[in-house]
Design a protein around this ligand. Structure first.
Ligand SMILES: *Cc1c(COP(=O)(O)O)cnc(C)c1O
Ligand SMILES: [Zn+2]
Length: 567
């Protein structure tokens, strides 16, 4: 029995697998899928555990633990750098800010070359090695190029990488570092793909067919396997970094979120969930939320026009080059169909919304992503705010890639604090004093802010927003009595106050501050979890500068209220 068969999406014909890169022998169409023989993994005694899950126990923590459902026949052909089994991280601070407790980040930055394209490359290059291929052509908006160049280096395959000339020079440099041939095409990504295909045909070199071929989708489906396995661990209260196997039931999240360009990620992920359903390991597939930058959003636009075939964007207008695919072609039809069947939506975000989200995710949860990934986070914010994603739904965001160095437009020019130390400071008699002054000048905090909040998570969120964005000296108290003492002692420039606290509550503090002539000028911003009654609103009216509802405001809302309130 073959390990898997090849099925044509267009005509349905099934064939034994012979070599990578083939088209359908029946109709000549390009889109092929690997079909595994699940008969080998029948459920035992009606229990959800299958022999496949048992077999995982012998494998370690990489995507190769799923090798019995991957298109490699001999383990010796596996080219690996430990890709896969990336962490599934709860988004704690971000979740607090958004008022949503079930956001998980699949941290694909932790792949060997820093993006989820490592999965695609690991499988595709291993498949090439197994087929005896020693030279290949690939086109890319950046990250596929880097991943393929690295894995080809290990596999001893010469690779020609075609990229549009708009790809950041740092990425091209990395591709070249791995010894790949880098060909810059002055034109769109869609044109680049055509040029690469022509080059491969004219030189008779193997052309990687990306989403249409087998390997790429098989690589991406391992994201679904990992999410389901790890979510099962998390929901059972176990350590999600330990491979689960059959210890706990696997789980499907309600949503899978990703920014899309060619659309390979969600297509592969949904193939993964479909296979898990066939194996009886999960009951459903997630809803898809797919995001594109508004300057290049052919799939989003087509979806909202109700089109079943994509309308191309001839001239992409976005700085987020990773996502600048203007002609999605057949993949749009596949995604459209998946969303009809399983639910979900497409949405666009502007480049500047993405750059803002990039900073928020970095500042809130310590996760630095590339702009393409930030598009997914900006989309997450949008769908939570608009209520499309409900508060009780489990959301997994594909944190698809890291970036170094951070692009210029996100941080601007003045991201360092310059420390000037003169020669005299170093050599003169006043040395230590001079240095001390210079060091002190590094700290320009002038405003003192008191946070009075009994919920430690909320206090942490507010502190984090202030730390990341402003020059503030922060005092914190976790109950009303200590809070009032703090205010009396320091007379801060601003008070950020919770209302519901045991003992002395927020209302009492507002009244005490306003009664005290020394303190009555201090502006107060109230952050509350409760809807105020008419009487309560009246108690605060005229006494506070702003009122924010927990879980509904973004860092920028709080900061702009603070700036308005500060003298
Ligand atoms: C490739 C890529 C995407 C888009 O992925 P597709 O599923 O191929 O559309 C998003 N983010 C990053 C970082 C990528 O490298
Ligand atoms: Zn066919």
């Amino acid at each position: 029995m073959e390990k898997f068969l090849i099925a044509c999406r267009a005509c349905g014909a099934q064939q034994p697998y012979t070599k990578p890169g083939a088209t359908c022998p029946e109709c000549g169409a390009g889109w092929l899928d690997a079909l595994y023989d699940f008969g080998r993994f029948q459920p035992q005694n009606g229990h959800i555990h299958t022999t496949w899950v048992h077999s995982l126990k012998k494998y370690g923590a990489s995507l190769w633990r799923y090798r019995d459902l991957l298109p490699i026949h001999d383990d010796r052909n596996i080219i690996t750098m430990g890709e896969g089994w990336t962490p599934l991280l709860p988004a704690q601070n971000l979740g607090l800010m958004l008022g949503h407790n079930h956001i998980y980040i699949k941290d694909e930055r932790q792949g060997p070359t820093g993006s989820f394209k490592d999965r695609q490359a690991a499988i595709a290059i291993s498949v090439m090695k197994e087929a005896g291929i020693t030279e290949a052509v690939v086109s890319s908006t950046g990250n596929v190029a880097i991943a393929y160049a690295a894995y080809c280096a290990r596999a001893g395959i010469k690779v020609w990488v075609f990229v549009p000339s708009s790809v950041p020079v740092e990425k091209m440099r990395e591709v070249a570092l791995y010894g790949a041939e880098v060909i810059k095409v002055a034109g769109t990504y869609d044109l680049t793909k055509q040029v690469a295909a022509e080059f491969a045909a004219s030189k008779n070199i193997f052309l990687d067919r990306g989403i249409k071929g087998i390997a790429a989708k098989e690589g991406m489906k391992t994201i679904a396997f990992e999410i389901a396995e790890q979510l099962g661990m998390i929901q059972a209260g176990a350590d999600p970094m330990l491979p689960n196997g059959d210890q706990h039931p696997w789980q499907t999240p309600d949503w899978y979120l990703q920014s899309v360009s060619g659309g390979l990620g969600p297509v592969g992920v949904m193939k993964g969930f479909a296979e898990l359903q066939q194996l009886g390991l999960v009951q459903k597939a997630p809803k898809l939320a797919l995001f594109q930058p508004s300057g290049c959003a052919p799939m989003v636009n087509s979806f909202h026009k109700g089109l079943t075939k994509a309308e191309d964007v001839a001239d992409p207008m976005t700085d987020i080059i990773t996502l600048a695919t203007g002609q999605p072609g057949e993949v749009y039809e596949v995604l459209y169909d998946l969303i009809q069947r399983h639910g979900g939506t497409f949405a666009a975000v502007t480049d500047s919304e993405a750059f803002r989200a990039l900073r928020v995710v970095a500042e809130m949860d310590g996760i630095s992503v590339e702009p393409a990934t930030a598009v997914a986070f900006a989309g997450l914010f949008k769908l939570i705010h608009s209520g499309v994603i409900a508060p009780n739904e489990v959301v997994v965001v594909n944190c698809s890639g890291h970036t170094f160095p951070v692009e210029k437009q996100i941080i601007g020019e003045h991201f360092t604090r310059d420390m000037t130390v003169t020669d005299e400071d170093i050599t003169g008699r006043q040395r230590s004093e001079g240095l001390l002054t210079a060091l002190e000048e590094l700290d320009s905090r002038v405003h003192r802010i008191a946070i009075i909040e009994d919920n430690p998570d909320s206090a942490r969120l507010i502190r984090r927003i202030l730390q990341a964005q402003g020059d503030f000296l922060i005092d914190e108290a976790h109950d009303g009595k200590t809070g009032l003492q703090l205010i009396q002692q320091h007379a801060p420039n601003l008070i950020i106050l919770d209302l519901m606290m045991p003992g002395l509550d927020g209302f009492d503090i507002v009244e005490a501050v306003k009664r005290d002539r020394r303190l009555s000028h201090i502006p107060i911003i109230v952050i509350t979890a409760k809807e105020l009654s008419a009487i309560e609103s009246k108690r605060l009216s005229g006494k506070i500068e702003a009122l924010l509802q927990k879980g509904t405001f973004m860092d920028s809302d709080l900061l702009s209220d603070i700036r308005q309130a500060l003298p």
